[in-house]
Each structure stands twice: as C-alpha cells, then as structure tokens.
Design a protein. Structure first.
Lengths: 435, 195
C-alpha cells in the first residue's frame, strides 16, 4: 500500500474521530470541508474520507456517554451509555461501545462479502422501501411498548386519609394497562413525529457558515437535554469514577445481531443506523444492549461502503465527497479487487486506532465528570449543547432545542420508552408514502 | 380551582412548543444553498437553483438531475409538467437520501428560465465532465480521430460514426463515463450541420 494513502488514512482517522467527538460536528461536515479545500485530492483524499467514516462512531461514543448527546448514528446508544456514566461507569460505557463498534465492523466484513450479490440484485428493487420500513419500525415500537400504566380504578377495602381527605379508590394495573401503555407510546410518537416534521422543515443555518443540520438540536433535545436537566437539578454527590473495566465477554455474540441489522442501512436508501438499531432484538442486559447498538454503527460503515462499491450508491455525505475526488472501485462480480481489499484494511486499521483513542480519552473525561459532580456536569453539558447548537444551527436551532427538550421530557413523565423519541426522524421518512 | 396534573402539564407544554415550531416552519422560507452544499443539510429544507441535466416523468412523479456551477443533485418531485433539459429551475425541498445518494425530495419545483437550444463546447464538457455524466447533450465541434474537438479540448466519441465531411458539426447524444475506456465518452445518436 502506498505511504501517501496510509498517511491520508491516519489523518482521516484522527479527523473523523474528532468530528464524532465534538457535539455538533459530523463526519459529513468534515467531508464538505475536505472537498472545499482539496477537490482534486484523488485517491489519498478518498482514503482520508473513508478512514474518517470508519473512525467517527468511536469518537461519537464520548459525547454519547458523558453528555448523553450524539449524532443520529448513536442517538439510541446514548441512552444506556449515559445511564452507566451517571453511575460512575463512563469508562466501561465507552469501552463497551468501542468494542461493540469494532466487533460490528469485524463481523460485517465477511457478511459483506456474502451479501454483495444480494445487494447487487435487491438494491435497485428496494429503493422505495424506506418509508414503509420507517412505518413498520414505528408500528413495532408502539406495539412492543412495555409500560403498564395503572389504568383501572378500584375501590379500597378500607378508606384511607391522605392530605386531610378520605381516599376510597386507587389506580391499579389491569387488562387495559398494555393498551394504555400503547396509547401513551402512540401519543409520544405523534408528538415527536410532529416535532421532527416541523424541525426538519424549518431547517438550520449556522451564523458562522458551518455545516448545519437540525438533527443536532433535535436529537440533543430529545435524548440528552432531559438527562442533563435532571442531573443539573440533582442534589446527589458525584459518584466515584470506576476506571477499571472487566475484560469483554460475549462481545462478538452480542454484536452479531447489531451488525446484521446494519445491513438494512446499506441496502435501503434513507435508513439511518439509528433506525436500523431499532430492528435489533432486545439484549439481556444494558451492557449487552450497548454493545449491540454500537455494533450497528460499526456494521453500518461496512455496508455503506458495500453499497458504494457494489451498487455505485453513496449513502453518506462523506462518500459523496469521496467520489467527487476519485472514482470508487466497482465490485460487480467475483472477488473484490485489490483496491477494495486495501480499503477494507484501511477501514479496520482506522477503526482500531479510533477504538484506542476512545479508550484513552474516556479515563480523563470520567475523572473530570466525577470531580464536577452531577449538578455541575449537567449544567456544563447543557451549556455546551446550547453553545454548539447556536454555533452550528443559529437561533432556529435554539428554538428546535427548546421544543425538543420539552418533548424529550414527556416519555420520562409518562413512563414510556425514551427511544420513542426516534419518531422525530421516522415519521418524516414515513410521511413520504403520501407523496 | 383544580390544579393540572404535572404529567398532563408537561404534555400540554410540549404540544404547545411543537405547535409554535410548526407555525414558525410554515412562516419562514428555507435557506438557499449551492448544490454542492445541499448534502450537508441532510434532513433540512433548502432551496437550490440550477439547470436541468436530465428529466423524466411518469404519472407517479418526476425525477430530475439538476446542476449549478458547483455540483449536480438528484431531485424527486410529485407528478406534474416535466421541465426540459437546460431549463433553469428553482427547487424547494427536503434533503434526503435518495437511491443514488443525497438528493432533494421536492415540495415545489418552478422553471425560472426556459432552456435555450444552445450547443455546448467540448471544452465545457472536458472542464467538469462529472457534472454532465448521464446527461443528454448537444455539442458543437470538429470530429477528428475519434474525438470531437473544440475550444482547445477534445471529447472521445462513440455510437454513430462521425460524418466524413470536414468542418464543424453538431453531435447529439448521451455523455457518460465508460469503464472500458476509463474515460468520459459522448455516445452520439445524431449528427447535423450547425445552422
């Protein structure tokens, strides 16, 4: 392999990791910058962007864990990761995500070799499926809502006095509770869907000319801000940071379903890794769930590249920029070419380097979070999200952030799954059925 | 007066916030962006202006490829009049991932200026071939040794053989990348003398 390509890939891995780690930045923004600065970069430019694409999920594990904020790729993984961080287990959460993403990528590579003929045959036929897949995921989310609200009014055997008043009835679970849970889930889906429709329609524009996307305030408000608000209001003392991490067990086993789900992301246009993550089966523990969700992001890198080479379809902004710099190698039949094998090697090396970077940075961040305590860390995180939103998305982004935060509080109050907030992205996609 | 249940209050405030955001999105027009920057606004509503390179339509909808001076982008729109290649159009729509990469799912599509049937120069094609890939073009130049020459540049020819008479000719055909030749090729289906 040429030294120029290796150097470009090393720089790409570093830049992609940084783009993932900085709230508001995204690998697509980095791609635009690279294309503007070096439109004729050729094969080294392409290697830079492919390496950046491979490294960005590892960088994204840091804000997901310590702020609960993430891009669209890690929106779901941010929930269990931030929950572990609040217990002082941030280092472990980052390690699980790094291992999960790397395992997902490693498992997806042989899967991709087997899936190439399927991609070539099925790819053009499923182009219009994404709205139906989004609708199916929404239906699945509502139908499988586990909340069981107390929907039945029952007479107490003996009246009790509460706050100076006699209480004769109580609310309890019953046969209607599963349906009440689904109704509440549907309410959250509709609310988040309307929010997503409005925020995406409104768009975003950076006052500093930075690449803007309303997804930053939308996802930060839905998933991160409610957690940070709760932390900021907390009077608990900070928990000690647990820096030791047990050696991974069953990572490949937990990662495999995630990697398999990411196949949909490469195959069907418009399906993002977080949507594909909703298709993964439930994991037995929060740790296994984190590995599984992170594996979707690792696998998505491989299947996005497979769609690029086998179908000539650039599914991400980074690959659109990469193909403007140099023509991608085609993989239409038989074994992959030397160029594709070299690219696969660069992807694995970049991911491995980014995995190590994430692990190395997790410790100082966990120590800082423990020192600050939940209240100061929460307030600081909220301030950082606000500043990032203002810089990348302007005042319209702040309006999105405020509305999304209010909607993000609803699942907590109603006791339903917070992942229902993903309807903000799924509903606008599903609405394309109507057009 | 009975106090509102706190859970209900949170739902109502969230509903109000979403309604306000929706009203704002209906009142404000989207930002105008260059075609090259459109993929960076994935998920956002944007406005782009450019000329139509390719256009097709059925009773289910229209598909266009639109380019400005910076890049090209696919546009899908609902059924309606199909603009002609060369028309200058203004498209407002959501940046989405279409089958062939990031593209625009159009809400509105207006022809700003109808196409002038002006032929292209081989130099224009040679300068930014990727912009015209897949487009049907009309090119003016002199056929020479399997190429169409003009404006200090040459474009490789395929398809219908060039006429033997010397001088300038108009070649109509599809411009695309040819894997076998590892070069952009103009596949000509008609030759005519410029008027």
């Amino acid at each position: 392999m040429e030294p120029a390509l290796l150097m470009a890939a090393a720089a790409g891995a570093l830049a992609g990791f940084a783009a993932g780690a900085l709230p508001g930045m995204h690998v697509n923004g980095l791609a635009a910058l690279a294309l503007a600065l070096a439109p004729q970069a050729g094969a080294p430019g392409q290697a830079f962007l492919v390496a950046a694409l491979a490294a960005s999920p590892f960088g994204a594990a840091l804000p997901a864990t310590f702020l609960g904020a993430s891009g669209e790729e890690g929106a779901l993984a941010a929930l269990p990761a931030h929950a572990l961080a609040r217990e002082g287990r941030g280092v472990e959460a980052v390690a699980l995500q790094a291992w999960g993403a790397f395992a997902g990528l490693a498992v997806a590579l042989p899967m991709a070799a087997a899936a190439r003929p399927i991609f070539a045959w099925l790819g053009p036929r499923v182009a219009a499926w994404s709205p139906w897949i989004a609708l199916a995921i929404l239906a699945l989310l509502v139908a499988t809502e586990p909340a069981r609200p107390k929907a039945h009014r029952r007479a107490l055997p003996v009246p009790v006095k509460e706050d100076g008043r006699w209480v004769t009835h109580e609310w309890a679970e019953g046969p209607l509770s599963p349906w009440a849970g689904r109704a509440l889930a549907l309410l959250v889906v509709l609310l988040a869907g309307a929010l997503g429709w409005a925020a995406l329609r409104l768009g975003a524009a950076s006052p500093f000319g930075l690449p803007a996307s309303p997804l930053l305030p939308l996802l930060a408000g839905l998933f991160a801000a409610p957690e940070l608000l709760a932390a900021a209001r907390s009077r608990r003392p900070g928990s000690r940071a647990i820096l030791a991490v047990a050696p991974p067990r069953g990572v490949l086993r937990h990662a495999a379903p995630g990697a398999a789900a990411s196949l949909v992301e490469g195959l069907v246009p418009g399906v993002s890794p977080s949507q594909a993550a909703l298709l993964t089966p439930r994991a037995p523990t929060p740790e296994a769930r984190l590995v599984r969700l992170a594996a979707v992001n690792g696998g998505a890198v491989v299947f996005t590249l497979l769609a690029w080479h086998a179908m000539g379809r650039a599914r991400s902004g980074a690959l659109v920029a990469a193909q403007a710099m140099a023509r991608p190698a085609a993989w239409s039949a038989g074994a992959p070419s030397q160029a594709i094998l070299a690219e696969a090697a660069l992807v694995v090396l970049s991911a491995a380097a980014a995995c190590l970077m994430a692990r190395a940075l997790a410790r100082p961040l966990a120590r800082a979070a423990a020192r600050a305590g939940p209240a100061r860390w929460g307030a600081g995180g909220l301030a950082l999200l606000t500043v990032a939103t203002l810089a990348f998305c302007g005042w319209l982004g702040l309006a999105d952030l405020a509305a999304a935060t209010l909607v993000g509080l609803v699942p907590r109050r109603l006791g339903v799954r917070r992942s229902l907030g993903m309807a903000a992205i799924l509903v606008p996609v599903a609405l394309r059925i109507l057009t | 007066m009975r106090r509102l249940h706190p859970d209900l209050a949170v739902v109502l405030v969230a509903l109000l916030a979403v309604a306000l955001l929706a009203a704002l999105s209906l009142l404000l027009s989207p930002a105008r962006v260059a075609v090259r920057d459109a993929p960076l606004h994935e998920g956002s509503r944007v406005l782009v202006e450019g000329r139509v390179l390719q256009a097709s339509g059925t009773d289910r909808g229209r598909h266009l490829v639109v380019a400005d001076d910076t890049a090209r982008i696919g546009v899908v729109a609902g059924p309606g009049p199909v603009p002609a290649p060369g028309d200058r159009v203004r498209v407002t729509g959501l940046v989405s991932r279409l089958d062939d990469g990031p593209g625009l799912s159009a809400e509105s599509l207006d022809v700003v200026e109808a196409a002038a049937p002006r032929p292209l120069d081989p130099a224009t094609l040679a300068r930014a071939p990727a912009l015209y890939e897949g487009a049907r073009v009309l090119v003016r130049g002199e056929p020479r040794e399997g190429d169409l020459v003009g404006g200090g540049a040459r474009v490789r020819l395929a398809g219908l053989a060039p006429p033997s008479a010397p001088g300038a000719w108009l070649a109509a055909g599809a411009f695309r990348y040819d894997e076998a030749h590892a070069a952009y090729v103009l596949k000509v289906d008609a030759w005519s003398r410029p008027s």
